[in-house]
Design a protein around this ligand. Structure first.
Ligand SMILES: C[S@@+](CC[C@H](N)C(=O)[O-])C[C@H]1O[C@@H](n2cnc3c(N)ncnc32)[C@H](O)[C@@H]1O
Length: 172
């Protein structure tokens, strides 16, 4: 545990700061768009959005949460359609194939989707995420993400918020 703390201290500090900015943004987004139902993938241990909406469903591989414990990229999402907001913060970089991740969102057709990437740089060609060990799929670039969304015909907006890239995907 001591080693983990030393190695990941920087990431942890950035995560706390990131959450302040992201939390404020997502809270405002929920108010501005009259969102009453949220499906959150990779919700982690303490889903912050849960208390803000009438209907909340979490999905996470981690069995210590009270979420649906499935790999989002492999699960049948057909029962998870019709939500106002799909949310996934700092999750896509843990998945092997971004296209599959976005196809799942498309199949669910939420009114809005917010997907964020942790620790991105300003450089278009580099999506620099957490530097910790054990994460295999941290190689997505902004350009690659844009290309994938365009090839899937998904309308989006991408901007930087503190340490995150925030991707807003509009439903059909
Ligand atoms: C970096 S944490 C982010 C947690 C939280 N969203 C946040 O912003 O603090 C990534 C989370 O995604 C989950 N996760 C990773 N790959 C997943 C997958 N394929 N399906 C579902 N959950 C996944 C992990 O278990 C973990 O809880």
């Amino acid at each position: 545990m001591a080693n983990w703390t030393n190695r990941h201290r920087g990431d942890y500090v950035r995560m706390i700061k990131r959450h302040r900015a992201l939390w404020a943004y997502i809270t405002q987004f929920i108010k501005d768009h009259d969102i009453t139902s949220v499906i959150e993938v990779g919700c982690g241990m303490v889903p912050e959005v849960r208390g803000l909406v009438e209907t909340y469903v979490g999905v996470d591989l981690n069995e210590q949460t009270d979420a649906i414990h499935e790999d989002f990229t492999l699960m049948d999402v057909s029962p998870l359609t019709g939500y106002d907001l799909f949310l996934a913060c700092a999750v896509i970089e843990h998945c092997q194939d971004a296209a599959v991740f976005f196809k799942q969102i498309k199949a669910m057709n939420p009114k809005h989707a917010i997907v964020t990437f942790f620790g991105a740089t300003d450089r278009e060609e580099e999506l620099k995420t957490t530097q910790g060990g054990g994460f295999l799929f941290h190689g997505y670039t902004r350009a690659g993400i844009k290309q994938t969304l365009e090839s899937l015909g998904m309308a989006y907006e991408l901007f930087r918020l503190k340490n995150d890239d925030v991707l807003i995907i509009k439903g059909e």
